[in-house]
Design a protein around this ligand. Structure first.
Ligand code: PLP
Length: 394
């Protein structure tokens, strides 16, 4: 019998994909120059030249394509840990590091390793990446979320206190955040660590903090992203090179269990077991070799900052409101209408494609991905002006 839950996941598109596909159809009708697609988080800057050169040189070895060990090559795992030590002064352990097909696979297997009963819950903060719900449910548990402070999208600790319960086995944070662009500063991380340590004592079990970090390198205005294992012992880092190196289609990232985590070795082996049970063994071999050589490279993200500046300035002038994002490549704009879905539908009639916030766990906002060409942004400004006029904002 076909699994209905899987059928439903496979046969429905996310709102983001739905709008993206709509954009392609719209472009055929009204011309691609009249469609301003702000839907997808696909990096718009090229991967660093060193990455291209390394791919070319590594691929000369016809044996590069073989299986590696399930957790990845020791060379790549060591390079990752050495790099993090140099950068953050914290020693991750190559033997607690597992190469994955991006952060998505890392999150999926980490949750699979941490959830053992249908009552088990994973807590995150809204707005959040919608796939967390899919991963938590597929692991056999459920996702609950705590609303952020909507004026900053920082953690609201009063809300968190109301939401957390003893069934929570894991908490996911994502900073810089998709979709709000918020970066949790050191003060927030210290407060969160203390909060979770107190809860661990109260509940009498570990609460693992999963830090989902595909945007760790994309920071603006001097924002600093604290290295979470330094602050909280029970941390699992889920990192991805998708955005840092502009290689999302190559599927490479890693999970690293903090050596200070409770039962670190057992958790690592459970992550390996989850990888095995889902068939997620041996991340792409060519890209393991590339990461080993290019672990310290990052794509140039200045264009994301320039795009953010142009959009925030012009949208604000038109009367739209958005928190100025300090990282990642999204703007989370307040919908001028109560229903973000309705606003997104009206925007579509001006060729502007923005994602309503409902699937991110909050109402009344839209997400604009700023990983687009500066030219698209420039051309879209008159359409935003018409939209503002239509809504009687100007
Ligand atoms: N987490 C967040 C917050 C994301 O935005 C994404 C992708 O956009 C992912 C995880 C998954 O990224 P990947 O699997 O490409 O590393």
């Amino acid at each position: 019998m076909i699994n209905e839950k899987m059928y439903s996941l496979g046969s429905t598109r996310s709102k983001i994909r739905e709008l993206f596909e709509y954009g392609k159809t719209l472009a055929q009708k009204i011309g691609s120059e009249n469609v301003f697609d702000y839907t997808l988080g696909n990096p718009s800057v090229p991967c660093p030249e060193e990455v291209t050169k390394t791919i070319i040189s590594e691929v000369q070895n016809p044996m590069i394509h073989g299986y590696t060990s399930a957790q990845g090559t020791i060379g790549a795992r060591k390079a990752i840990c050495d790099y993090n030590f140099k950068r953050y002064g914290f020693e991750l352990n190559p033997d607690l590091t597992y190469l994955t097909c991006g952060a998505a696979a890392g999150l999926a297997i980490t949750l699979r390793a941490l959830i053992s009963s249908p009552n088990d819950k994973v807590l995150t903060f809204a707005p959040f990446f919608p796939e967390y719900k899919v991963f938590a449910e597929n692991a056999g548990g459920s996702l609950i979320y705590s609303k952020c402070d909507e004026s900053t999208f920082d953690i609201d600790f009063l809300e968190l206190e109301k939401t957390i319960c003893s069934d929570v086995q894991a908490v996911i944070i994502n900073s810089p955040n998709n979709p709000s662009g918020t970066v949790y500063g050191e003060e927030t991380i210290i407060k969160l660590s203390k909060f979770l340590n107190d809860k661990q004592r109260e509940y009498g079990h570990a609460i693992y903090l999963i830090t989902d970090e595909p945007y760790r390198e994309i920071l603006f205005d001097g924002a600093v992203c604290p290295f979470i294992p330094k602050y909280y012992d029970n941390t699992v880092v889920c990192y991805s090179y998708s955005k840092a190196l502009s290689i999302p289609g190559e599927r490479i990232g890693y999970v690293s269990v903090s050596p200070n985590a409770e039962n670190a070795q057992k958790l690592y082996l459970a992550i390996a077991g989850a990888g095995r049970s889902l068939g997620y063994v041996c991340a792409p071999a060519l890209f393991q070799a590339v990461i080993e050589k290019c672990v310290d490279k990052v794509s140039d993200s200045t264009v994301y900052k320039d795009n953010r500046d142009v959009l925030v300035e012009n949208l604000t002038k038109l009367g739209f409101t958005c928190v100025n994002p300090k990282g990642a490549f999204y703007i989370f704009m307040k919908s001028p209408m109560e229903s973000a879905e309705e606003f997104s539908d009206i925007a579509k009639t001006f060729g502007i494609l923005v994602v309503p916030s409902d699937s991110f766990g909050v109402k009344g906002f839209v997400r604009l991905a700023t990983c687009v060409s500066p030219d698209l942004i420039k051309r879209s400004l008159p359409a935003f002006e018409k939209l503002a006029k239509e809504l009687k904002m100007i």
